[in-house]
Design a protein around this ligand. Structure first.
Ligand SMILES: *Cc1c(COP(=O)(O)O)cnc(C)c1O
Length: 409
């Protein structure tokens, strides 16, 4: 067999995701490791962020009805017209954005596929893709799939939440930077970038003529602070692809109906790649999501979810503080970050491995979302991500168990 000097792309992906062992083997992600640990020990799993209560019953019924009504063959490649129209109508109502549903909206297999198709469509070898750090775990992998280089700028823990370091972001831009991939509301920190932070991002994008992809899957899930889409800022509409999804908004994370919106040339580029990744997806789910996005009752359900999530965030954050962690208040998403350093743990990975035995709870180390040795990796090495998108009873039990840490360590 001939050997290539370049590792096969799957190894580059595994390496970028931090999954390559020294002997060339591939290890499980820390998410899989922690979920297995939870299953083995009976610990409460606050590691993986998915709701333990489904979304609105009428929306689920609409999907079931669609199956029985025969929506079971390939839908149109760009998504069914009703869903593209609903996405455009929803963004018009919420953000005042005008979109042509036929040219500027594309339905995808979750936000994950939209992000992958966008990065593959717009970047390649020699390009840099700049993201915030810590970052959602699929970013490093898709940048590696594209053969591009992943550069980052840290979010910084402050008494006022995790905040953008605008100078660090500016310093991370080089002549090779092609794409800025921005996530707000941000997983894992829960940061919701303020307008002044987004204005700094927009100025940078315009000054360096960058393409921008925004990951806004938590656009609805903010607690008392507004979510501002970057595409609505001056100079941004023509260079920005906005990605969102029904999974987090309606608590149907397994449906995998997402979408990307933006200028026709960029959406066409993404569609060109997307059609050979999955072609289409979720025929019976598309009409259900289309109805939900424009149904006042379903949107009122989302408002109730947000109010309830804010209360659950407060419950878990207070419990973590009580247990001895330092906690930075998240303004959105499903997650809160907690620093284990005050408990004597310099390494969040070590705490996560010990936590089931110490307190019967599972979290995910923030180092699952950083590049080894980076500024963010060093600053957040002792931090752990916990999800609060679990029933109140589950969180109350978790808080009671975490209180044991006070005496255990
Ligand atoms: C959950 C999540 C996604 C994936 O969304 P899907 O629609 O399930 O593919 C993308 N980005 C972030 C930040 C997420 O938390």
């Amino acid at each position: 067999m001939t050997t290539s000097p370049v590792p096969p792309r799957w190894q580059q992906v595994a390496a970028a995701a931090g999954l390559l062992d020294a002997d060339g083997g591939v290890r499980a992600t820390v998410f899989a490791e922690m979920s297995a640990l939870a299953a083995r020990t009976g610990a409460l799993n606050l590691g993986q962020g998915f709701p333990d209560v489904d979304g609105p019953a009428p929306v689920a019924r609409a999907a079931a009805d669609a199956v029985l009504a025969g929506h079971n063959q390939y839908p149109p490649g760009p998504g069914i017209p009703a869903l593209r129209q609903a996405v455009a109508a929803h963004r018009a109502a919420r953000y005042g954005t005008t979109l042509d549903p036929d040219r500027e909206v594309l339905v995808t297999t979750g936000a994950t596929e939209a992000l992958a198709a966008a990065v593959l469509a717009l970047t390649g070898p020699g390009d840099e893709v700049l993201t915030l750090e810590p970052f959602y775990d699929s970013y490093a992998a898709v940048v590696a799939m594209a053969g591009a280089r992943h550069t980052t700028a840290p979010l910084v823990a402050t008494p006022d939440g995790f905040r953008l370091d605008a100078d660090a972001l500016a310093a991370a831009v080089t002549p090779r930077t092609r794409l800025l991939l921005l996530n707000s509301p941000h997983n894992p920190t829960g940061a919701v970038l303020r307008r002044d932070e987004l204005e700094a991002v927009a100025r940078l994008a315009v000054a360096h003529d960058l393409l921008v992809v925004t990951d806004e899957v938590y656009e609805h899930l903010t607690f008392g602070v507004p979510h501002v889409p970057l595409a609505t800022l001056p100079g941004m509409a023509g260079r920005t692809l906005t990605v969102s999804s029904s999974g987090k908004t309606f608590s149907f994370t397994g449906w995998k109906i997402g979408w990307v919106t933006g200028p026709e040339e960029l959406v066409t580029a993404v569609r060109t790649v997307k059609q050979f990744l999955t072609y289409v997806s979720g025929a019976p789910f598309q009409p259900a999501v289309a109805a939900a996005l424009t149904d006042p009752a379903a949107l009122a359900w989302v408002d109730d979810l947000v109010a309830s999530l804010a209360g659950r965030r407060d419950l878990l954050a207070a419990g973590l503080r009580e247990a001895g962690f330092d906690v930075v208040r998240p303004d959105g998403t499903y997650f809160v970050l907690a620093d284990a350093a005050p408990l004597g743990y310099a390494d969040g990975v070590a705490l996560c491995r010990d936590l089931p035995a110490l307190a019967g709870v599972v979290g995910v180390p923030v180092r699952a979302f950083t590049q080894p040795g980076s500024a963010a990796d060093r600053a957040l090495g002792s931090w752990v991500r916990f999800t609060f998108v679990k029933r109140r009873e589950v969180l109350e039990e978790a808080v009671a168990r975490l209180a044991r840490l006070r005496t255990a360590v």
